[in-house]
Write a protein that binds this ligand. Structure first.
Ligand SMILES: C[S@@+](CC[C@H](N)C(=O)[O-])C[C@H]1O[C@@H](n2cnc3c(N)ncnc32)[C@H](O)[C@@H]1O
Length: 270
């Protein structure tokens, strides 16, 4: 697996929570510290169904990748805000359908970098590479990704549960525009984003807890119109921008809908 990053001397501070490790805690992983567990427990206390939503987001990722490889015929993925590797990472789902799929993972958290290096191993026919780069620097992402992906062929840009960390609406829209501008027709954009207009008030409390926990990140909820703006100039594939569980459901149990409060959609570039 190719392995490059642009934060060679980065250190992570385990005394404050970080989204990648809090997510790992929610998903039952092993790569979290006391500060992550404390913040995670306070968030779950505020909104006990939260973990259902987190799992439903991973289910959406898998359904979207199956659609992108299958119906859309895409073989290249740029997955930004990867998170600590867990079950059904993008390359696993994609390469199960098409072994030659090529994936570039991007995250700005050094601990994700360490685990990705060890765990995100490609099929021999395909490729996996990892970039330690910030989403707010799309040019660096595109330059690094071009060593593994061929931008003359369709690319699926995956922004799952990460855009809410780019808190300025105009900057967030500009980042997405820049990424999609580099991709040829036939490419796709997949986004999931915690919703301000779907959930109960408890979700706001979760964000208040996580934003005040002393970690380096700040995150915002967005409403449907704010998330739809990221798809400007693209064609949303049916069923459009919907609550996560409603996007081409397969066989999820109804229980997973409880606490699922994120906007989810896939757009195609004509
Ligand atoms: C909530 S997790 C989502 C992980 C995975 N995409 C998923 O949907 O399950 C957010 C991830 O985005 C990363 N992240 C947050 N802000 C970022 C930024 N500005 N640039 C790159 N990665 C970022 C975090 O380190 C974390 O791994």
């Amino acid at each position: 697996m190719a392995f490059r990053h642009t934060m060679p001397h980065a250190r992570f501070d385990v005394t404050v929570p970080h989204s990648a490790r809090v997510l790992d805690y929610f998903l039952g992983g092993k790569d979290h510290f006391a500060a992550d567990r404390e913040a995670g427990d306070r968030a779950i206390e505020a909104f006990p169904q939260l973990v259902n939503g987190v799992r439903a987001n991973r289910d959406f990722l898998a359904r979207a990748v199956r659609f992108l490889v299958g119906e859309a015929g895409i073989r290249q993925f740029l997955d930004i805000g990867t998170g600590i590797p867990t079950a059904n990472n993008t390359h696993e789902v994609a390469q199960r359908s098409s072994a030659e799929s090529r994936i570039v993972y991007v995250d700005n958290d050094p601990i994700v970098l360490t685990h990705a290096q060890a765990l995100l191993a490609s099929s021999p026919e395909g490729a996996c590479a990892y970039l330690g780069t910030d989403l707010r620097n799309p040019d660096a992402i595109l330059t690094g990704a071009a060593e593994t992906l061929d931008f003359s062929k369709p690319v699926a840009i995956m922004l799952l549960s990460v855009m809410h960390f780019v808190t300025d609406d105009d900057q967030a829209a500009a980042v997405v525009r820049r990424l999609m501008a580099q991709c040829p027709p036939g490419s796709a954009l997949t986004i999931s984003h915690p919703a301000s207009d779907l959930g109960p008030p408890e979700l706001r409390e979760v964000f208040r807890v996580l934003n005040s926990s002393g970690g380096p990140e700040h995150a915002v909820l967005r409403d449907r119109a704010q998330v739809e703006r990221f798809f400007d100039g693209l064609d949303l594939v049916p069923p459009g921008l919907v609550n996560g569980w409603q996007w081409r459901p397969e066989d999820e149990a109804p229980a997973t809908r409880d606490g699922v409060v994120f906007w989810a959609g896939v757009g195609r570039k004509a």
